[in-house]
Design a protein around this ligand. Structure first.
Ligand SMILES: N[C@@H](CCC(=O)N[C@@H](CS)C(=O)NCC(=O)O)C(=O)O
Length: 203
């Protein structure tokens, strides 16, 4: 059985989204962001930094979102959602998955968290300033790449869209995605129409 360590509205939504795309049975171990529950010795045996996401897949524990998505697709998909690693399409998928996490989600997440929901004692205002300076260029990279494409690899939806879509969603919330970035805006709307995405938001 697959257990997903999940906090709503966090990076672990990507893992739930993928599980829904694959039609995988899973159970959720719910955690609350910025709570002591994420930093217990017991949970640190699952994720050493006390973060989400992490999974326990029949006793195999794994953390870091990109690794989790690649593992689940490798084990449970019939080849859909991630082109073979040795192909150029596979290399591009990894490029966008990595970019989707760092810098895109790291920068957007820092702006969002350090300006708001993070407990005040942990906030670093300089990260918000640095993020705001860098964010437009990151969104511009995605905007240019989406020209003439439905999904980041072309016509087919993939795990790269899950990685990218999450960070881009924060960018839209922060208003770095706007009328000036119509491809990003339409792309997010396309992703949000997927039933698996909708279901993941309800978990
Ligand atoms: N690169 C990691 C980042 C994990 C991460 O920072 N997760 C956030 C949730 S969005 C978290 O757990 N933050 C709580 C904390 O840092 O204490 C991944 O993609 O899994």
């Amino acid at each position: 059985m697959l257990t997903i360590y999940h906090a709503p509205r966090s990076r672990s939504q990507r893992v739930v989204w993928l599980a829904e795309e694959l039609g995988l049975p899973y159970r959720v171990h719910a955690l609350e962001m910025f709570s002591d529950g994420m930093k217990t010795a017991e949970y640190r045996r699952i994720h050493p930094l006390g973060k989400v996401p992490a999974i326990d897949d029949d006793g195999f524990v794994l953390w870091e979102t990109t690794a989790i998505l690649a593992h689940l697709i490798g084990r449970y998909s019939d080849g859909a959602l991630l082109p073979p690693r040795e192909t150029q399409a596979g290399a591009l998928a990894l490029q966008w998955m990595d970019f989707g996490e760092n810098p895109l989600t790291v920068i957007m997440g820092e702006i969002a968290a350090h300006a708001g929901p993070m407990p005040e004692k942990w906030r670093v205002p300089a990260l918000v300033d640095r993020g705001r300076a860098v964010a437009p260029e990151l969104v511009a990279v995605v905007e240019a790449a989406l020209e003439g494409r439905s999904y980041i690899l072309g016509d087919a939806f993939s795990a790269a869209d899950i990685m990218l879509g999450f960070g881009l969603g924060i960018a839209r919330w922060l208003e770095f995605v706007s009328d000036a970035t119509p491809h990003c805006r339409a792309y997010l709307e396309r992703l949000e129409q997927r039933p698996a995405h909708r279901r993941s938001l309800a978990v």
